[in-house]
Design a protein around this ligand. Structure first.
Ligand code: C2E
Ligand code: CA
Ligand code: CA
Length: 340
């Protein structure tokens, strides 16, 4: 092959060949592929490196929506190296205690009282400053570190919540990967018994990604956790593909309506009708609702009008360190006693 267009001609021929439907046991089947291409000597000269680069390019093709092809670019290699560096630093942070949990209050929309707090991980990197969990949780998931990390969050947050007034609940995010481990139920039970936190005060937040793969095993785990007495919330509702069918299949205790619907709730042509519909569906199935990311009084008032149960967001409070959370909980308690 002399020039890149020769390669794309070859790719087109490969696609034509493998996309040809064929018969198998009476069914018409179609196959497809994501193709990664690295060129010698431009990208590398030894076979190992060429294959590695082609592999990276294939992941690039998959990330671009699959069923397409990509040529290797040096930036692909740089990205993998950056992820690897982040992984090593995260391992170190777990070992050295470089992680902290912040807590964001959830507030009842009827009486404005705090009902619980969500545990949100924070990582202060010595050079880069605060790294968002949105950036490092996927790395922890890719590398399997999430199991260790998730167990630490569960144990630490349960111990912290056991010191709060005992009508305040704790919500903990659980990654789909933790769900695949048969040991999750045991770990939850251990965190509860070590901390002395009542199971009814713990709420696990899962996303529908838990249910996409291996449905039966995930449903069995959900029932096992429910059997322990913990509550289950469906997080980021509305951002996935088939949220409604999951509400049908498992009786969640709570639905958390994703921030993207709250953001434009008050705008003309915004998501108000979606939020109202979700609140109605949840109520019909005896589930409560939380609106995420509430930032304005107008949003709060609309949600209250729709009959949404709780809200969470910067309007009331961002996530706070453990000591400040405790102060907030106690000061509100004192105020309530003074009024009574
Ligand atoms: P999430 O579970 O949807 O958590 C809510 C996120 O929205 C948090 O970001 C929170 O700080 C942010 N937020 C809260 N109120 C507002 C608001 O009014 N406006 C805006 N713009 N944002 C608001 P955070 O803490 O950066 O967490 C990001 C995501 O990382 C979480 O999304 C969750 O998916 C994941 N995560 C955090 N901690 C853990 C953990 O311990 N385990 C697992 N598996 N995932 C975690
Ligand atoms: Ca959450
Ligand atoms: Ca969420």
């Amino acid at each position: 092959m002399k020039q890149p267009s020769d390669t794309t001609d070859l790719v087109a021929r490969i696609y034509r060949a493998i996309r040809e439907p064929y018969e198998c046991l009476g069914h018409q089947l179609v196959t497809d592929a994501s193709i990664g291409i690295s060129l010698a000597p431009r990208d590398a000269t030894d076979l190992d490196q060429l294959l590695k680069n082609a592999d990276l390019a294939m992941y690039g093709a998959k990330a671009d929506g699959r069923r397409t092809y990509r040529f290797f670019e040096p930036a692909m290699d740089a990205r993998v190296k950056a992820l690897r560096a982040l992984e090593l630093e995260l391992r170190k942070a777990i070992a050295d205690g470089g992680l902290e949990i912040y807590y964001q209050p959830l507030v009842n929309l009827e009486d404005n009282e705090i009902t619980g707090c969500e545990a949100l991980l924070r990582w202060y990197h010595p050079q880069r400053g605060m790294i968002s969990p949105a950036e490092f949780i996927p790395v922890a998931e890719d590398t399997g570190l999430i199991n260790q990390l998730g167990e630490w969050v569960l144990t630490t947050a349960c111990a912290e919540a056991a010191t709060w007034p005992n009508d305040i609940k704790l919500a903990v995010n659980v990654s789909p990967l933790q769900f695949r481990s048969q040991l999750l139920g045991l770990k939850v039970a251990a965190a509860l018994s070590t901390s002395g936190l009542a199971a009814s005060r713990l709420e696990l937040e899962i996303t529908e990604a838990v249910l996409i793969r291996d449905d039966e095993a995930a449903l069995a785990m959900l029932h096992q956790l429910r059997g322990l007495g913990v509550r289950i919330a469906l997080d980021d509702f509305g951002t996935g593909y088939s949220s409604l069918s999951y509400v049908q299949r498992f009786p969640f205790d709570k639905i958390k309506i994703d921030r993207c619907f709250i953001k434009d709730i008050a705008e003309p042509g915004g998501s108000a009708f979606i939020v109202q519909a979700v609140v109605n569906i949840a109520a019909a199935r005896n589930m409560t609702t939380v609106a995420e990311g509430v930032e304005t009084e107008q949003q709060r008032d609309m949600l209250r009008g729709f009959g949404c149960t709780e809200m969470q967001g910067y309007l009331f409070s961002p996530a706070l360190p453990a000591a400040e959370t405790m102060q907030l909980l106690l000061s509100r308690r004192e105020r309530a006693l003074a009024v009574a």
